[in-house]
Design a binder for this molecule. Structure first.
Ligand code: HEC
Length: 401
């Protein structure tokens, strides 16, 4: 049975580990409450399909658990500050609860739960992406072996005490953020404090990568063409916040591979997409009060993302290059001189928008792309004719012999 660890989980939840979000003494911040709700939504998205299939109950305790989760989520959302949009969120939660009560399909419940988690994150500006580049899966492997393997297996294969991370179908239901979130003891109490209580944010993100890598350890890397066509999934925040299960099959596999090998995808990333991603991280640093980290990311975005492509862009659109140069310089001096925060945030956002325009300017024009297509067609025709000729000549020679 796939969920053999569920008995272990139920036992620990009901006896040893009270749900932290509900203890009366603690007053968690609204960020934490939103993250707790998001965490429970991700468990519903992933586990519900094991509890119900084709309208039939497969696992009664797991199903009861899902129903408890949805009530807990409603309480958590009720505790969040009231904003335009919260009532809507609660309404969607009501629809999700009904879908669970009516034993609707796993795919429907998953889609609804993930969509609600996205809206919750947008409404409460939940930080769902790391503010640093992700290391390789090996980085936290020693810690994984020491603290996690006893329940999740040396190669993530799972055991009677913890779920299987090599099960690609199950893992596709989690975003990297969902995995990270389960390792934050203020959000999820499934692990005791001896397991993840003293990990830093970076260590949790790195462990999420280690966990995500087990399902794709023996898979080939996706085609670089996919990386070119979907740059948003390769960079942050797309890489951290997207649930592969919500994507078409070929992208699903690609995203799972990319997030298990973040150190290898940097080479595939378009430099301007990298620049935009770094500026997004700079904004996060700046909002958190760390201007020097924001400054370093700005310089990195300029050097590694924009500068190598400036000559090409100069040929396509001189005015845009002038505008970009001015924006980079202004932002740099604003950060050094400590201009007002609204000015700096607006400047960061405007620069990202200009870089996105630059990215589209560097795409080959449509006519040129059509030209390539015609050239390829003519080349195949010529090749076909050549082959026919060669074959005809050979046949003639043969019949003469
Ligand atoms: C004592 C056993 C145990 C240990 C040790 C343990 N886990 Fe878990 N872990 C579990 C159980 C049980 C769940 C299932 C929670 C659920 O689905 O509600 C879980 C869930 C998770 C999840 C959520 C994804 C999923 O498949 O449900 C992640 C990620 C995770 N563990 C990572 C880790 C990491 C990383 C470590 C080591 C730092 C670790 N675990 C150590 C028992 C354990």
């Amino acid at each position: 049975m796939r969920c053999k660890w569920i008995w272990f989980l139920l036992l620990s939840i009901y006896t040893v580990l009270p749900f932290k979000g509900f203890s009366a003494q603690e007053q968690p911040s609204s960020d934490t409450v939103a993250a707790q709700a998001s965490n429970l939504l991700s468990y519903i998205a992933v586990n519900y399909g094991d509890a119900v299939s084709g309208g039939q109950l497969l696992n009664t305790p797991l199903y009861a658990f899902q129903r408890r989760h949805i009530d807990e989520i409603l309480i958590l959302v009720g505790r969040l500050p009231d904003r335009p949009g919260r009532a809507n969120l609660e309404e969607s939660l009501g629809v999700l609860r009904e879908a669970i009560e009516n034993k609707k399909s796993g795919a429907e419940v998953r889609r609804r739960a993930n969509a609600i988690a996205d809206r919750l994150a947008a409404l409460y500006q939940l930080q769902r992406s790391p503010t640093y580049s992700l290391p390789s899966a090996d980085f936290m492997m020693p810690v994984y072996q020491q603290r996690c393997a006893s329940c999740h297996g040396n190669n993530g294969e799972g055991s009677s005490k913890g779920p299987d991370f090599s099960d690609a179908k199950r893992m596709a239901g989690f975003s990297l953020y969902d995995l990270y979130n389960t390792l934050d003891p203020s959000v999820d109490s499934v692990h005791g404090s001896d397991i993840d209580g003293n990990l830093s944010g970076l260590q949790r993100w790195a462990l999420a990568v280690t966990v995500a890598s087990f399902a794709v350890n023996h898979q080939l890397s996706p085609s670089p063409d996919l990386a070119r066509r979907y740059p948003g999934l390769l960079g942050l925040p797309g890489l951290a916040t997207s649930q592969p299960a919500e994507l078409p099959q070929e992208l699903q596999e690609a995203l799972m591979w990319w997030r298990g090998h973040p150190h290898l995808i940097r080479a595939l990333e378009h430099p301007l997409v990298r620049a935009v991603g770094l500026l997004q991280l700079a904004e996060t640093d700046y909002r958190a009060g760390d201007s020097s980290a924001a400054y370093n990311k700005l310089i990195l975005a300029y050097r590694e993302g924009y500068r190598p492509l400036r000559p090409q862009l100069q040929v396509r659109d001189k005015l845009l290059v002038n505008q970009l140069q001015a924006q980079w310089h202004q932002l740099r001096s604003d950060l050094i001189s400590g201009a007002s925060s609204t000015e700096i945030i607006a400047a960061l956002q405007n620069l990202r928008a200009s870089l996105n325009v630059a990215h589209t300017k560097l795409e080959p024009p449509l006519s040129q792309r059509r030209g390539y297509l015609w050239a390829a067609l003519l080349f195949s025709l010529a090749l076909g004719l050549g082959l026919l000729l060669w074959w005809g000549l050979r046949e003639r020679k043969r019949s003469r012999l």
